[in-house]
Design a binder for this molecule. Structure first.
Ligand code: GTP
Ligand code: MG
Length: 459
């Protein structure tokens, strides 16, 4: 693997998040064979623990050749191979903020043996030196970018190797099947009846494991990216009131004038630990008013873009032809629920039970029905099942898992037509290769660049 990327250089970067006025400590990370020497040149220390591995010691940063200290730091040396990258690593714990830490980095980089790290280069080195596999590297990035606690928990289980474990488990199943097939390819004369039933049973089990991961991945992107839910309906039915109720804040203007909301209003919320984007839209009606027309066009756009829709109508007015016309524009699988609002204005006996089976009757104004609506959202979005998800499968994993599944599907035909074993062996090998791409045992330079360039500098 060394041929793919050279890790000869010593690299340095600020590894902590930096902001003016924020953070008491900022960390510069240096990795590579010159890391200790290059730091020795800029650090003055009297500590008895100085430059020992896995010891924290105290020192001052000295501006080159001048007898001036510019920062007081703690220094942590981690000698190869017992470091994150597997190389010699030094961390300089400087004072926080931006100005000083950048100055320290600049002094360090004035040494020609040290250069600024590329995005993700520390993680890339950790991967190339066998400290982590590709899924762990990706999970580190996901963890850093997690926007909610569920997403962070899933990312952390990936950092701990849970994705790798699952993929290796499936791969081992396939290797076992392959071994049996290969033995037959080599000693075909000894070959008695091949147990096709057992073969198909084994492959079916493997396929089920893969399918489960694929199914979960569709839902776990909700955890990471959130679910977008658009509130759609005619004017004055209570869409903005519902947004405010869910947000527990006056996010949108509510009036009794039809056509109050003219533009899209998006609010990010966390409901049951799941990030949700609730989208209030302009009420849909025939209008010649230019601004309102643009708003209504956007409402239809949101029907297309959002993951799910809640359709709202007024019970006072009743569900009528116009509502039917708008609902026709909503794909069935996206419609979480129909809300009949303003229950307080009607006698409940007047609700036409024919009306709509999956209607939730609410009085948004009186905060009546919110719990039921949230339960329905959770159920309809498959969020209950999310509780069983313990790893995050990303697009890249998904692509390779699907490719492996299609290799296994192809073997069905070979078995059915009793085609030669070596064909079976080729497909199984390809399937295993596709799994190896996930963990990074099958690697190309392009893949490496692609993954690590998405990281930020210092990771
Ligand atoms: N009686 C009653 N009035 C409600 C209820 N929910 C909303 N309203 C009132 O209905 C009117 C319209 O509410 P909005 O939330 O602005 O309705 P909207 O669907 O956003 O309307 P547009 O932005 O015009 O499309 C306001 O006067 C609300 O106070 C309810 O449950 N009961
Ligand atoms: Mg509104």
């Amino acid at each position: 693997m060394d041929s793919i990327v050279t890790t000869e250089d010593t690299i340095a970067a600020i590894a902590s998040a930096i902001n003016i006025g924020k953070g008491g400590v900022a960390i510069i990370r240096v990795s590579g064979k010159d890391s200790i020497n290059s730091c020795k040149k800029i650090v003055q220390t009297k500590s008895k623990y100085a430059w020992q591995s896995h010891r924290v010691f105290h020192g001052f940063i000295q501006e080159n050749k001048q007898n001036k200290f510019i920062d007081e730091v703690l220094i942590l040396v981690m000698k190869s191979p017992n470091s994150f990258t597997g190389e010699d690593v030094v961390e300089l714990h400087c004072h926080g903020g931006i100005i000083l830490v950048n100055k320290v980095l600049k002094i360090l980089l004035s040494n020609s043996r040290v250069r600024l790290a590329n995005p993700g280069e520390f993680s890339q080195r950790a991967f190339l030196n066998g400290k982590i596999d590709l899924t762990q590297a990706e999970s580190i990035n996901q963890l850093i970018n997690a926007s909610n606690i569920r997403s962070a928990e899933l990312a952390f289980s990936g950092v701990q190797g849970e994705i790798k474990k699952k993929i290796e488990d499936i791969k081992n199943d396939l290797i076992q099947v392959l071994c049996e097939i290969e033995a037959r390819v080599d000693f075909e004369e000894d070959f008695t009846d091949f147990d096709y039933i057992k073969y198909l049973k084994n492959i079916k089990k493997v396929k089920e494991k893969i399918k489960l991961l694929i199914e979960n991945s569709e839902r776990n992107s909700y955890i990471h990216n959130g679910i977008s839910i658009a509130l759609i309906g005619k004017t004055n039915v209570g869409k903005s009131s519902l947004l405010n109720l869910l947000a527990k804040k006056e996010k949108a203007i509510v009036t009794n004038i039809p056509g109050t909301t003219r533009d899209v209003i998006e609010v990010n919320l966390t409901i049951n630990d799941i990030p949700m984007k609730i989208i209030d839209t302009a009420g849909i009606r025939e209008t010649h008013e230019q601004i309102e027309s643009i708003g209504i066009k956007k409402s239809f756009g949101k029907i297309k873009e959002s993951d799910f829709i809640i359709y709202i109508y007024s019970l006072e007015e009743g569900f009528n032809e116009e509502d039917k016309k708008i609902i026709k524009e909503i794909p069935k699988e996206k419609l979480i629920s129909i809300v009949g609002n303003k229950k307080d204005l009607i006698n409940s006996k007047n609700i036409n039970s024919n009306d709509l089976k999956n209607t939730i009757f609410m009085s948004i104004k009186n905060n009546d029905g919110e719990g039921l609506l949230i339960d329905t959202i959770i159920k309809k979005c498959g969020l209950k099942q999310l509780e069983n998800i313990n790893i995050f499968i990303n697009e890249r994993h998904l692509k390779n898992l699907s490719a492996c599944l299609s290799n296994l599907d192809d073997t069905d035909e070979i078995v059915q037509n009793r085609l030669p074993f070596d064909l079976l062996s080729i497909e199984l090998r390809d399937g295993i290769k596709n799994l190896s791409k996930i963990t990074g045992q099958e690697l190309t330079e392009e893949l490496l660049d692609n993954i690590f360039s998405k990281f930020c500098i210092g990771k």
